[in-house]
Design a protein around this ligand. Structure first.
Ligand code: DHB
Ligand code: FE
Length: 279
């Protein structure tokens, strides 16, 4: 059966793409952020995942306000970047793992999670930049399966629902008859708000509590409603739902191998966590 070898949660911010393009990794502003990924590079070189299941939120690129699935999954042979942000240079297309995509579609539907299946899908900074942070040479030694969670247009799925989605995805991966090594990646967060009176809002205390909870008490954040989470993490901080789904997929308990937390990157409190399922 397929094995889940680990999970990584990381922020995504379009300005990261510009910093990569301009080679600013050692610039004083960016260094504390980019240095955080080094332990992850070492881990990836050892762990050698074959496939990455990516929980991310589309930002109006693939889905727009006229058609907004709560949950969607890619079943495409490949996924190309189509993000307009900062004029990011094109990155190589990502190869899809269609066998795993369809196994997930079938298993999740059976488990009463009816995802919108997308046989064509373009991806934005929330997908491409975390991949570029993990594999800076951008050769993508993995296949991918994208899973989108709506955090753009209300109503949004509850934290409890995203936790259960993650659990169902984890069960589905572990039931796949394959010897493939699967990693789960969640992108977005941590606290940030880009618009309105509270633009620039960041909540370090909440972020650190949330990161701790993923290890010690993973359903802690499911006690909060979406509106309470907006208050605590900011409107776009709701992207923490991807982190929660990723944690759900990892099973009962996890070991924390690495974390980084740095304020600010653009308007965002940036976070990174590397988790391994405990046997
Ligand atoms: C920023 C953060 C995001 O999550 C995003 O999707 C776009 C921009 C920012 O902080 O600039
Ligand atoms: Fe975002």
């Amino acid at each position: 059966m397929a094995q889940i070898i680990g999970g990584i949660n990381t922020s995504h911010v379009p300005a990261i793409g510009r910093a990569i393009h301009r080679g600013l990794q050692d610039d004083p502003y960016w260094k504390p952020f980019f240095d955080g990924y080094r332990p992850v590079h070492h881990w990836l070189a050892e762990a050698r995942p074959d496939v990455v299941v990516v929980f991310y939120n589309d930002h109006g690129l693939n889905f727009f306000l006229d058609k907004m699935p709560t949950f969607a999954i890619g079943t495409a042979p490949s996924y190309s970047n189509a993000d307009e942000g900062w004029g990011i240079p094109q990155v190589p297309a990502f190869s899809g793992d269609q066998d795993l995509s369809w196994h997930l579609v079938e298993s999740l539907t059976e488990a009463e999670f009816d995802l919108t299946t997308c046989q064509e899908m373009v991806v934005d900074h929330a997908f491409t930049l975390p991949m570029a942070l993990l594999w800076p040479d951008q050769t993508w030694p993995v296949k991918v399966v994208p899973i989108c969670i709506n955090t753009v247009q209300f109503p949004l799925p509850t934290a409890a629902r995203c936790w259960k989605l993650g659990q169902a995805v984890g069960r589905a991966i572990r039931s796949w008859e394959s010897d493939v090594r699967v990693m789960v990646l969640g992108t977005g967060g941590l606290s940030h708000q880009l618009d309105g009176e509270r633009a620039g809002f960041i909540n370090k205390e909440f972020d650190l509590q949330f990161m701790d909870s993923l290890v010690k008490d993973p359903t802690w954040s499911t006690r909060f409603s979406i509106h309470e989470l907006v208050e605590k993490a900011g409107t776009q901080g709701l992207e923490l739902l991807m982190w929660l789904a990723t944690r759900g997929a990892l099973g009962e308990s996890v070991r924390e191998l690495h974390r980084n937390y740095h304020i600010p990157i653009s308007n965002t409190a940036s976070g990174l966590m590397l988790l391994e399922p405990s046997p």
